[in-house]
Ligand binder design. Structure first.
Ligand SMILES: O=C(O)CCC(=O)C(=O)O
Length: 428
């Protein structure tokens, strides 16, 4: 504690609006949450709106139905920090904290982030004490869509206006806050197990996951238990006295216990994204990469089959003209293999500059069939290539069960090499 009775952690949180504590949630706890996450996808834990295509960005309120998520609200490591920082700006605060929301982000490859926003815009407290505890379940990097924060942006207690962000590939459909300078924004890259605590007025965002792995995070929201919670008001409720009692006390006292705590519903819901996901489809490998080069140029590299040997570490050779309706012979070197493999594929579509599609079968298409596509879209900064393959046939499930991670890695190698070669040619 300092002479003013505030810990150094609380001081830095009050000053900057966020605080990172490394190694706060041990691997054993993270493993339990990740294992639990599958239950939402399979329907074992009830979800009201599970999309058929598995396009889940996040499960909202997992603690309503999952005992593991409920336990995580009161995780001792989190509570220890929260009881020091949550309302450290309020004189005489006694460390009492309640939770009211949780969100489990899956954020698989290609799915969007969330544009600049302030959480108090959505969950208002009366004393600016809202705190998000963002628990990294995977290492979070710029590439896979870590949090970005604008340090100090919480200080004046201003809620910025919002508008449509116009970047549907980058951000989920939630509006973006605007009217401030984000030049001093910083990425918060953290290892799994770290927790980013941030104040509800702090401007923060995340970008699209450009990696080939998931970027899972559990985000719980807390506030000073002494502040009423005028949130999700029904028509006619007086905002002056409103207090949402669907809360969980995690530290100290509940000054409003005369009003009973309200039980949560027994079903959660998901935030579906307009991007793509493959978490619900084990036979689909779906990756993407952003390339700082015009689409025509990326297309010319992708379809320059004789040059593959010069730049492509995965598909090292393609023999054939590459014309639609013809067969080409592909020589590929999978990760971990000592020797390359050679197989024929049929060229199904060559639609410049947007779609290249091949189809392969082994030993025939009833047993193993691969629909392999590259789709190119223009962006503000160049091109985004979606590189994906859907497998079918009697053998598909068993082959993919063993090889899916390897295929994702190899698509990543292909994508990175396509990016490097395209950007190299563009720079010439
Ligand atoms: O994890 C993300 O991608 C965004 C999280 C976020 O912005 C939030 O919890 O308010």
């Amino acid at each position: 504690m300092t002479s003013a009775g505030v810990s150094p952690q609380a001081e830095s949180f009050v000053r900057d609006g966020y605080l990172v504590i490394e190694d706060l949630v041990p691997a054993a706890d993270r493993d339990r949450i990740v294992a639990d996450a599958d239950k939402f996808v399979t329907g074992e834990d009830p979800v009201a709106n599970l999309p058929d295509d598995g396009n889940i960005l996040a499960v909202h309120f997992p603690h309503w139905v999952s005992p593991v998520a409920t336990e995580m609200l009161a995780h001792p490591g989190l509570v220890d920090v929260l009881s020091q920082i949550c309302a450290a700006h309020v004189p005489e605060w006694d460390g009492s904290v309640k939770a009211m929301q949780s969100m489990l982000f899956f954020k698989p490859p290609g799915l969007q982030g969330q544009a600049w926003h302030q959480d108090e815009r959505y969950i208002p407290t009366r004393d600016r004490s809202l705190v998000g505890a963002w628990i990294a379940l995977d290492d979070a990097t710029i590439e896979n869509g870590c949090l970005w924060v604008l340090p100090g942006s919480h200080r004046m207690g201003r809620i910025y206006p919002t508008r449509d962000h116009g970047q549907p590939d980058e951000f989920d459909p939630t509006d973006e806050a605007y009217g401030f300078d984000d030049a001093d924004a910083i990425p918060v890259e953290v290892k799994a197990g770290s927790v980013v605590f941030f104040n509800g007025y702090l401007l923060h965002r995340s970008q699209r996951n450009r990696s080939t792995g998931t970027r899972m995070a559990l985000v719980n929201h807390y506030m000073n238990a002494w502040s009423p919670l005028p949130w999700l008001l029904e028509n006619g409720i007086d905002v002056g006295t409103a207090d949402n009692r669907r809360i969980t006390l995690v530290s100290g006292v509940d000054p409003y216990e005369a009003n009973p705590i309200v039980d949560p519903p027994d079903v959660t819901f998901v935030r579906a994204a307009t991007g793509r996901s493959n978490i619900n489809d084990p036979l689909h490998v779906d990756t993407s990469i952003e390339i700082a080069a015009p689409r025509e140029l990326v297309w010319s590299v992708l379809t320059d089959l004789p040059s593959y040997g010069e730049w492509n570490p995965y598909i090292q050779q393609v023999d054939g003209t590459g014309e639609p309706g013809t067969t080409v012979t592909v020589t590929a070197l999978p990760t971990g293999a000592e020797e390359s493999m050679t197989y024929p594929v049929e060229v199904i579509a060559v639609e410049a500059p947007t779609l290249l599609k091949w189809e392969g079968g082994f030993p025939d298409r009833l047993q193993w069939c691969a629909d392999h596509r590259w789709e190119l879209a223009e962006t503000d900064t160049g091109t985004v290539v979606r590189h994906h393959e859907r497998f079918s046939g009697e053998l598909a499930e068993s082959i993919l069960a063993e090889n899916r991670d390897r295929v994702i890695t190899d698509f990543g190698r292909f994508n990175e090499a396509l990016k490097a070669e395209s950007e190299r040619r563009f720079a010439k």
